[in-house]
Design a binder for this molecule. Sequence first.
Ligand SMILES: [Zn+2]
Length: 222
Amino acid sequence: MFIGHFGVALAAKKIAPRTSLGTLVMAAQFVDLIWPIFLLLGIERVVVAPGATAVTPLDFVFYPFSHSLLAGFGWACLFAGIYKIVKGDSWGAGCLWFVVLSHWALDALTHSPDLPLYPGSLTYVGLGLWNSWAGTFLVETTIFVVGVMLYASATRPRDAIGTLAFRSFIGFLFLVYLANLLGPPPPSAKAVALLGLSIWLLVAWAYWLDRHRRLNLLTPSE
Ligand SMILES: [Zn+2]
């Protein structure tokens, strides 16, 4: 899943309006943000295997430290805990806990059974939505569109950047998604990791655009 995770981050703005979209994106994609680092360090492993599913050409051979359920809990607690310490915002921290863990739930929906329950576990979870191209597109696009609508209703632009940076962010994500769905498989596992690292730039983009939006619940003077 790709834009579905962004859909969750965008939707969460409605529930946690004081939390920057950048933080929400980082939370929703947190395990995919650390996964490429683990790949490059050789701690986890992926293999490019065209035809592995109808959608993704990747075989997630070993990724218990980023993508097991237990690790998901751990990352959610760490992420929410650090946010609570830095911002002192319990509500935002609680929401972020769910957002981090939502990544595992959505991955469990799309992946083939390759998500371990905990490092060392031989029980693998995955409902395999990726075996259906149309099903994946429908579900993921719906989550994304709902998220965009919720974010757009929770905020309004402060200035022209608030409009342009938001629209281009949405458009760019959708184009990357289409390129993923329709394009050729990545040339190597290393390319997968390097492309994965670029998601950090999307986090920065989300922080930037969020600063140029104001909350609809605030009065214009704030
Ligand atoms: Zn993932």
